[in-house]
Design a protein around this ligand. Structure first.
Ligand SMILES: [Zn+2]
Length: 146
């Protein structure tokens, strides 16, 4: 099971966007840390099971099963701002700036998703690629970019 926080584990096409996102936040005086980059299918299934396994009372954290998250294809990263060494999950204005910074460098923001908004989530993927086509591409070539 692989659940990386390393930028170098992102696709070479996504790495510079992620790095630019961090730099853009830094320019605004905002420190963000990366909490997740590449998750393999097994790690995604484990995440999906949270709150869905009998006796597991935790809140569900994702609607994506293994293979249904862009993290599985090395093109997504999750962030959290840090102030004085502490993660800041609840500060809407701070998050707005982080989302704007991500979009300004060409990342898609999970915060803008209609069905299951995911505020810490950002991604950079081929524009017209459907999730359904990503698995075969990634399995065959190790990247979803052509
Ligand atoms: Zn994510």
């Amino acid at each position: 099971m692989l659940n990386s926080r390393l930028i170098m584990d992102l696709d070479p096409k996504a790495q510079p966007i992620c790095a630019a996102h961090i730099a853009e936040c830094a320019k605004e005086g905002i420190e963000i840390i990366i909490t997740s980059t590449w998750r393999d299918i097994e790690a995604q299934d484990a995440l999906y099971a949270i709150g869905r396994t009998p006796g597991d009372l935790r809140r569900r954290v994702t609607n994506a099963r293994g293979g249904q998250s862009w993290h599985n294809y090395r093109v997504a990263w999750d962030v959290v701002p840090v102030i004085g060494g502490k993660c800041v999950w609840e500060d809407p204005i701070l998050w707005e700036k982080i989302i704007a910074a991500g979009e300004s460098v060409g990342a898609e923001a999970g915060a803008k998703w209609k069905t299951f908004p995911d505020r810490p989530h950002f991604q950079h993927r081929p524009a017209n690629l459907e999730m359904a086509d990503a698995f075969a591409l990634f399995t065959a070539r190790g990247t979803i970019f052509t």
